[in-house]
Design a protein around this ligand. Structure first.
Ligand SMILES: Cc1ncc(COP(=O)(O)O)c(C=O)c1O
Length: 502
């Protein structure tokens, strides 16, 4: 039975010859959806390909292509010399099975509870998201974003294209699972000189940034449910990494001297790992005091615990030499030092590294045999060349000066526009600063009022896991030009006023 507009009346199928989807795919999808919804019952006889071609006004080869695909996927069965039927043992799903290739999931898929989650995944779903994000482009006062506007993009592009053009077969091959050797060498000499890290290139393993380094280390250190000290308030990424690895995060308070090691000893003396940012704690910006560094190292040596040192932005000390890394004081080989190029280059590069203590190099090599470095070898080679040619060191020097200038511009603007309500803390490292609220105001309310006006500012209380001991605001200034910082503080002043009135 044939109709004028490509409808198979026997199967109630309609094809659209103007659609960009090929006719055989439309026929495949139409039949598949009817079979899965039960409209075409198991065992039902399908008209012959010749009959369907006539009914739908399409070539017989189009019908055969669709039927063959349905037979191959088990929706139809065809026996030699017999007709084609709907497979007799198909489980009936639901009416709204999505068409393959459709962009959004069906209502049923969205509402589905899905496979059962691990406890760790359930805990992960309820972690804090940190600062609000109002759009893709960096704006006042997004924390954690480097000065992308000052990145030497053209130079980087030339380095990448030169390395790609001259790449040997070795670079196109899988590469070393521990990381590209020249990059490991360049990193070892850079962190030895600039951060006081004691290492040889064999201890350096290339990662796809800090987060992946945390993940790798925690998987090697933890059995399910093992305790991990994490800073409170702290970086939400640390909390998430511990949960993802099946560990039990134990929040340890941070004060003006950094992580309170004695509180850690009281709360979880047998913890397997302490995850700390000793040189520049996030979000408080404090430095771990020497006495606490020593206490932390002694605890780790005594209990054979790991210290995971997150050294994400301390290269950006605005004046003077960066502080020496904790790893440089470690005589027992307990510290895994983690560095990232997310701040010193750009976050999208997704390159970082970890420095393993000598006794753990073998286990990291074994881990890499199971899960090789996820970083692209060609990008690693480009970064190695960027370091070797001196561009990286030059860029760091320029960034230090830029962050000093931007930090001072933000302090001046806050003093001019928000004095009496906000008390900013001077900042000598990195690309964010924090301010206390002088008035009894909720920082969460200020954050929301600012977001309503298009300004991103993080609320300090969002970074606490235990009791919220302090309220305040965290400002990122690294990725924002001084004029935009000033505009941001003017808007923030209005948000503070609105939060006060509510
Ligand atoms: C405390 C802290 N550690 C590490 C990182 C860097 O993470 P990644 O290297 O995964 O980009 C950030 C980024 O904002 C951070 O704030």
């Amino acid at each position: 039975m044939k109709t004028s507009n490509g409808v198979a009346s026997s199967l109630l199928l309609r094809l659209d010859s103007r659609s960009s989807t090929p006719l055989h795919e439309q026929l495949f999808e139409g039949l598949r959806a009817r079979i899965l919804s039960g409209a075409l019952a198991p065992g039902l006889r399908i008209p012959s390909s010749r009959q369907l071609a006539t009914e739908l006004d399409v070539a017989r080869s189009t019908v055969l292509q669709a039927l063959d695909a349905l037979i191959a996927e088990g929706y139809l069965v065809a026996r030699a010399g017999s007709c084609t039927r709907v497979a007799p043992e198909l489980p009936l799903l639901a009416a709204d099975v999505p068409r393959s290739g459709t962009r959004s999931p069906s209502t049923r898929l969205r509402a589905s509870r899905g496979p059962r989650l691990a406890d760790a995944a359930r805990a992960l779903k309820s972690t804090s998201s940190g600062a609000p994000r109002l759009g893709a482009a960096p704006r006042a006062f997004r924390p954690g974003v480097p000065a992308l506007d000052l990145f030497p993009t053209a130079r980087w592009a030339r380095t990448v294209s030169r390395v790609h053009a001259r790449a040997s077969m070795g670079l196109f091959d899988g590469g070393d699972p521990s990381g590209h050797a020249p990059l490991r060498e360049a990193i070892a000499s850079h962190v030895s000189a600039s951060r006081g890290v004691r290492c040889v290139p064999e201890q350096v393993f290339i990662t796809a940034g800090t987060q992946q380094a945390f993940d790798e280390v925690l998987r090697l250190a933890l059995n399910p449910g093992d305790s991990v000290w994490i800073e409170d308030p702290g970086y939400p990424g640390s909390h998430r990494a511990v949960l993802a690895a099946g560990g039990r995060p134990v929040p340890i308070p941070v004060d003006g001297e950094g992580l309170d090691v004695s509180a850690g000893l009281a709360r979880a003396p047998r913890a397997r790992v302490a995850l700390v940012a000793p040189s520049h704690q996030y979000p408080l910006g404090v430095t771990l005091s020497l006495s606490r560094r020593m206490a932390l190292l002694q605890w780790a040596e005594r209990t054979r615990a790991w210290i995971l040192e997150d050294d994400y932005d301390s290269e950006f000390r605005h004046r003077g030499r960066p502080l020496t890394a904790l790893q440089g004081l470690d005589e027992a080989g307990c510290v895994v030092y983690v560095g990232t190029f997310s701040k010193s280059m750009f976050p999208g590069l997704r390159l970082g590294f970890l420095v393993a203590p000598p006794s753990l190099v073998d286990v990291f090599c074994a881990a890499r045999a199971a899960a090789p470095s996820p970083a692209s070898t060609l990008e690693q080679a480009a970064l190695a060349a960027f370091l070797a040619d001196g561009h990286f060191a030059r860029h760091l020097r320029r960034m230090r000066a830029a962050y000093r200038e931007r930090g001072e511009a933000l302090l001046d603007a806050l003093r001019a526009d928000c004095s009496g309500v906000l008390v900013p803390r001077p900042c000598d490292t990195g690309m964010q600063l924090r301010a206390s609220l002088a008035a009894p105001l909720s920082d969460l309310r200020v954050r929301d009022e600012a977001a309503r006006r298009g300004v991103e500012v993080a609320a300090l209380s969002d970074y606490f896991l235990g009791r919220r001991r302090e309220s305040g605001l965290v400002f990122g200034f690294g990725g924002v030009r001084p004029d935009a910082l000033r505009e941001g503080t003017r808007i923030l002043a209005r948000a503070l006023e609105a939060a006060r009135r509510r």
